[in-house]
Design a protein around this ligand. Sequence first.
Ligand code: CS2
Length: 478
Amino acid sequence: MSSVSHLVESVDYDRTKLRIRLLHIGFGAFAKAHVLVFHDEMLRRTKSDWGVAVARLNSGADELTGLDEADGLFTVGEMSGDDLSLCQVGAVCATVHPKRDGVDALPNRIADPDLAVITLTITEKGYCLKDGRLDEDNAGIRQDLATPDAPSTAIGVLVEGLRRRQAAGLAGLTILSCDNLPANGELCRRAVLDFAARLNPDLAEWIEGNCTFPCSMVDRITPAMTDSSFATLENALGHADRNGILCETFRQWVIEDRFAGPRPDWHLAGAEFVEDVASFEDMKLRMLNGSHSFLAYLGALADKETIADCMADPAFRQAALNLMLNEQAPTLSVPDGVDIKAYADALIARFENTALHHKTTQIASDGSQKLPQRLLAPIRQHLKDNSPWPLSALAVAAWMLYCRGVSRTGASLPLNDPLSARIGTIVQETDGNSYVDRMLSLSEVFGDDLPGSAAFGSTIKSAYQRLQTSDIASILKA
Ligand code: CS2
């Protein structure tokens, strides 16, 4: 790649006119490359006053300070093969971090009269759910319920901010989840209302009557930045940008059109406002994320570092396509106008993008939170229809084998998961079929129904045995 040869699309709107009307909580790689890119393009087209404040809750205070030092400006590089196009995002007017700015900073930002919309990328575990309801045993939730005016979880922060809005006699907000969960808005609403109701039923009623929680489907492959991707960006820009991000060129955002108040004109940047987003969510979660998880666990076990490395192996490539078309697509109600075969082909092409160094171990993280919607929901459908699901079984068994922390050649595999302590105990105490049985007893993952299904248990055990004894590429070819 040649240096200093890439044209950067600089910010072309008057940043002094921006007021903070949007707050994004969970400002990581994905938000930079997705929500903020849509928003920035909207600002370029409309020259409107929708400024953004971005927040993080746990780690990342220094990164936000780094962004402040760059006056909120950062570069997004879209990569396809050897092509890299660069764009500067100027929408960010302020950053907030409770550990840097104090516990009141975020609730007060939510209670600002100018604010109209909150977008969230807090990952699956950030919603603190169990069986679709707030998990009151979650340590963070327990703590926030005890000290609600000093919240540490996203749910606690939202409720405290909304409480301050209600007390100030302000209008409600639109709270827009952008995480990879089915009916993400509904789940967010449930968690917020459950939390609020525990504190004060009147507050819960106010939130229900004045705030909306639209669902949305978000899509853009955005690997975590590494030294090498920062170097690629620096080479293209001609100078370093520690706030920058690299991602693929594709992006999609389908949003349920249910806003409590003003709505940003994101459609001018390609977002779609629709009445019902469920079919888009399921399609993306199962076809893209389901096969991502499949490739992540099987690929990591076979020592493949990235998704593109998996795709370079014909056995993996064909298996991913087969999983999509034979096991995921038949469980979907495909959105009108979508050609599912073309969608699958496009996903394969996106996975093949060698410019994206998307690590299998990154996607493998938080499996206990991801498996249910990506793989287990379609498997339930197959069990009901009595249709075959051999590749989905391999993916679930591969997750179990991955959790033991060692690849087939003995390389160590990192386990990042909210259930890692319990999984670690199961790994220590059991192996073989009894290991599979103990893993199946994790009801957060498998519910109460799947462990009781003989067909499910025996299929996973047989897939697990094959993975332990045979070469992965030959299992995929079989
Ligand atoms: C991935 C997603 O890490 C993961 O679990 O499957 O982050 C995926 O890259 C995005 O959902 C793509 O839109």
